[in-house]
Structure formats: C-alpha cells, structure tokens
Design a protein. Sequence first.
Length: 422
Amino acid sequence: MRSRLTRLRAQPKTNLWHGIPDIQPGHNSATPVKCDTREDQGRLLVEYAGGPDAGAPHRDSSRARSCGRRVENGHAGLFVDFDFPGWQVAHTYSSLLPRAGGLYDPRFEHDACGVGFVARLSGQPGHDIVAKAVEAVANLSHRGAVAADGKSGDGSGVLTQIPRRLYRREAERLKLGRLDDADQLGIGMFFLPANDAALESERIIEASLAEEGLRLLCWRDVPIDADQLGAAAKSTLPRIRQALIVPRLGREDFEQALYLARKRIERSAQAAGLVPQGFYIASLSSRTLVYKGLFAAHQLPAFYPDLRDTEYESGLAVFHQRYSTNTFPTWQLAQPFRLLAHNGEINTLLGNRAWMQAREARLPAAMHPVIWEEGSDSTSLDEALHLLERNGRNVLHALSVLMPTAWEGNPGLSADVQAFYR
C-alpha cells in the first residue's frame, strides 16, 4: 500500500506536512512530495520534486486546492486536485483500497462486524464444515478490535448444529449410557458466575427445567484454555458449563419447552441478582449450540478445544467476529446469538424496544421479558426473532416483519408485497 494522507486539515495558523502518494501513470506533472494544509487560508500547498524550473523543488500557493475521497476509474482513494499556470489538472492518488473487480467494489467498504456461514446443501454433518467456519472467522479478525494486551478482542464465536457424535462419546464418558440418534437431546451453553453464585445458578437452572417438563442428565465442564485470553478478558471470564437435557415422558414440543425454560431461568436469575455477576445463557436448544467468547476470532479454536475435535460434526456453521461500536465488549455480547449473527448499527433501537415492551402485556407471562435491556441492538433483534419463531412464524417471514424493506413508493414491488409491509 502506498503512503496515505492521514489528516487533511491542520489546526488554525499551523502547518502540517504529509507524505503524498505517486501521481497516477499518464499524468504530465512533476511528482509531489509534501503537502501542507493551512486552515486559516483555506489552501492546500503542494511541494514537487522537479517543477518547471530545471527540476528544482517548486511550491505554488497562489491557488486554493481541494482534496477528498472518491472513486475514479475503478479506484477508490484520496485525491488531491491542483493546477499550475500552464499546466493541466492532475490527480494524486492514494491506493487505500484494491481496485474493483469480480464481486468486490470498494464503494461498498464499511466498518462493521464480520459475519458468514458454511453449509452443506445435503445437510450431512461433518467436521470439515466446522473446520472451514473456524478458518473463515479467523480470517475476519481484522473486522474487530484488540485491546492493548494484544489478546482481548471484541468477541467472536460460531453457531453449529448439536454434534451428536461428540455427545454420544461424552455420554459414555460421563456414564450416562448410550445415546442413539433417535434420542432427543438438548444442550444448554451457560456462562455462570466465577464465584460461589455458580451453585445458586445451577439450582435455578435445574428447578426451571423441571418446571417445564425437562430433566437434567448431567453437567459438563466445557474444556477451555484460559491462557489464550488477555488480561481484560480473563478478569471477566465466567465459568462455562453445558447442561445435557432430555424431555420427560409426555413432553411433546422439546424446543418450545427449552425456550420457555430459558425465559423462566432468566427471570429467576435476574431476581436473584446473578445477571450482574456474569450469568448468561449462550444457547439452550435441541438443534443448535453456540461457542463464543471475549477474544479475537483466530483465538476461537485455541480457547475451545471442542471445536478442534474431529467428532464435532455439523451440517452448517454460522460465524461472527464482533466490531464493538455502541456497546462495551463483554462475554455476553459476543456473537452469534441463539438464532442469528448480525452486524448491528440499528438506528431505531430505542423505538423498537419501546414498541416491543408495549406489546409485552399481551403475551403470556411465561414469555416475559421479551427483550434483555442490557443487551445490544443485535441482542434485541435476536430476542424478537426468537419470539416470533417460537410462536409459529417462519424465520424468513419473521425477519421480513422485523426488518421491512423500503417499500413505500417502490414501483418494483407488487401490490401484494406492499400490502404485506403495510
């Protein structure tokens, strides 16, 4: 990458010099080597190595200059426009971004979380899907920030199907007997307080599961490598445990029972003061499982050895590298969440939360609260999506309701589609 102008305007009555990139090939001009901005005069001064006079450095300050970002001939960069008496207009160019090509266009560059997925169309689970997702998210580490300790990141993670082969092995190791493919199994991924409050958390979880017709088979300590963490992340490291859960006889909708159990657990944990101590449910499902934490994406498989286990198999994997903008980095706010991975920046957040709270009174108490107020904008979207999905909506239909397209005055949409959004 060539040198770049890091600042365009200096403080009043001061000079600030910058390196100037090469002129684009084909322009008939001398090579600029320095730039000076003077806010009090509204000028950009450019010094050249070789000007009209026998190659001597030449400075011209007789004309106001302009500079700014734009895309030109497929290039995106920082341009400086200048003209000399008797010289043609030329443009200096800083190659800040690659040139447009294929599916890439620099006009669409923006700062946001890194997100993606890997899936096999046949749905056949395999460890290769998990390995590719872990590799892909590691390549998105640049989409998040890293603390001064060099290890504490904004957060990253992966959502997969429950790796049944792995848990069949774990069931035998934990002396639970043999789990067949036909057996129903739910996995809860819990962040528990790293103190004596963890015992109270587990008591609440077990009691809430029983209230919803579910049975806790056992607790599993998730293998982790805390040495991968920086000081900031390690200071807030929760105790990470998994609950292996099965339905009691007569309980038909297993996934619905797990959703209601999560709501019951969250209400009780909030009332007991456990949430401020780090209590959080990363996932509680008979279909999917979330591994995430407060680290950079490339640290994910090193922190969670499960993800390197060849018996960890899935037919899909959603991955996420967080770019923490409007909320502080925490273990709880790392993504993916329970249904989605999202890049945030929802500008109507407060209004959306207020409307959801206004509708909450019409819902059964078992589903309260719909929105976790301490969460991020993406957390709230995930909670709202989960509510609609658990009440019979197709996920794609629910997302269309929650994030409607700009339909008003759009002639490209049919009357039926406009009526849907209206």
